[in-house]
Design a protein around this ligand. Structure first.
Ligand code: FMN
Length: 327
């Protein structure tokens, strides 16, 4: 039995291991997220996957039949000015009504959501890409922040700062717990993040190559075989860069962006001309496959539980190595 790592995040969320699986649109549904929670980590069901708040409610009720452990909901917002959309506020109401433990907010300031979530007794982890935004989120009253670095998966912001730099800076300046989001896929990254002051890690990419992730085998194989050098950023021209596997789709999107295409043209190309960016029936070479540079660390497809156990076992072994070094 590997050692357990007790941190402010395991205490705050009442979970066994300080490992979070960030919300991943279309994929983070009840069955997959329940596997993460049942393995002693915590996953987030992604609200944006569901057309309405009532559909999200149904998924949360299903989730409660699949796990007794705490679980979270990801509330992703589009970075734009103006009020938070009514749909998002309805998601927040459902999260509060259904007694969800924690939300992962992302995309823009969580401040307008904080009072309602606090009233509902829901913890808030805000995910962002800069120390400056982390400080604002702390001021707005969130319970913890998850800091994404340049090599992370998903939307990575405009700062282009590696986690090795932003993480220690955040830990120095914040009073609330900091979670290292992204660029972690094994025990080395996990222990390294804790050593730098993080109270936990949040991973996306590593969980894609698992038995339970609802992706086809062909796409999972792409996630196993792609090296860390073959990711690229799209949508930088609309100031919302997304890291993905480099393929024919990202080449097309980047070519359009270089020609100064409109927002609508870019979004249409990102969807590959389809209505949504879901994964059903897509051809891997032409699909939008978000990922982080940690893709290079994935050695194979495993069960979720094994991914977590291997990280903990590797971290424990490394701890022994470090202790032996400190003379
Ligand atoms: C396929 C995929 C889909 C994602 N979808 C979302 C999303 O809908 N909302 C969100 O906040 N983050 C999303 N993310 C980001 C993850 O939640 C997480 O922050 C990120 O993957 C961590 O970096 P890593 O991939 O390097 O581990 C997505 C990431 C991936 C790989």
């Amino acid at each position: 039995m590997a050692k357990k790592f007790k941190t402010k995040i395991t205490e705050m969320l009442d979970i066994e291991h300080p490992i979070l699986c960030g919300g991943m649109q279309w994929l983070s549904r009840a069955e997959f997220v329940a596997e993460v929670c049942n393995a002693g980590a915590l996953g987030f069901i992604t609200a944006e996957t569901f057309p309405t708040a009532e559909d999200l409610r149904e998924e949360l009720r299903k989730m409660k039949t699949l796990t007794d452990r705490p679980f979270g909901v990801n509330i992703s917002m589009i970075p734009e000015m103006g009020n938070i959309p009514e749909r998002t506020m309805k998601f927040v109401d459902v999260v509060c009504d259904e007694g969800v433990s924690v939300v992962e907010t992302a995309g823009r300031s969580p401040a307008p959501l904080v009072p309602r979530l606090k009233e509902g007794g829901v913890k808030i982890i805000h995910k962002m890409t800069s120390v400056r935004h982390a400080l604002s989120a702390q001021k707005a009253g969130v319970d913890a922040v998850a800091l994404l670095g340049f090599g992370s998966g998903g939307h990575i912001g405009l700062e282009n700062v590696a986690s090795f730099i932003s993480l220690p800076l955040a830990v120095r300046q914040l009073d609330i717990p900091v979670v290292a989001a992204g660029a972690v896929a094994d025990g080395r990254g996990f222990l390294g993040a804790l050593a730098m002051g993080a109270e936990g890690v949040l991973m996306g990419t590593r969980f894609l190559a698992t038995d339970e992730c609802p992706l086809g085998d062909e796409i999972k194989r792409v996630y196993v075989e792609t090296p860390e050098t073959n990711t690229t950023l799209i949508m930088s021209s609309i100031l919302n860069p997304l890291r993905c596997v480099k393929n024919a789709l990202t080449d097309d999107v980047q070519a359009l962006e270089a020609r100064g295409a409109s927002l609508e043209q870019i979004i249409d190309a990102v969807r590959g001309g389809r209505k949504s960016t879901g994964y059903e029936g897509v051809e891997p070479k032409k699909a939008l496959l978000p990922c982080g540079q940690s893709i290079g660390l994935i050695e194979g497809i495993k069960p979720v539980k094994q991914v977590i156990e291997d990280i903990l076992a590797e971290a424990e072994a490394l701890l022994g190595r470090l202790n032996a070094m400190a003379v």
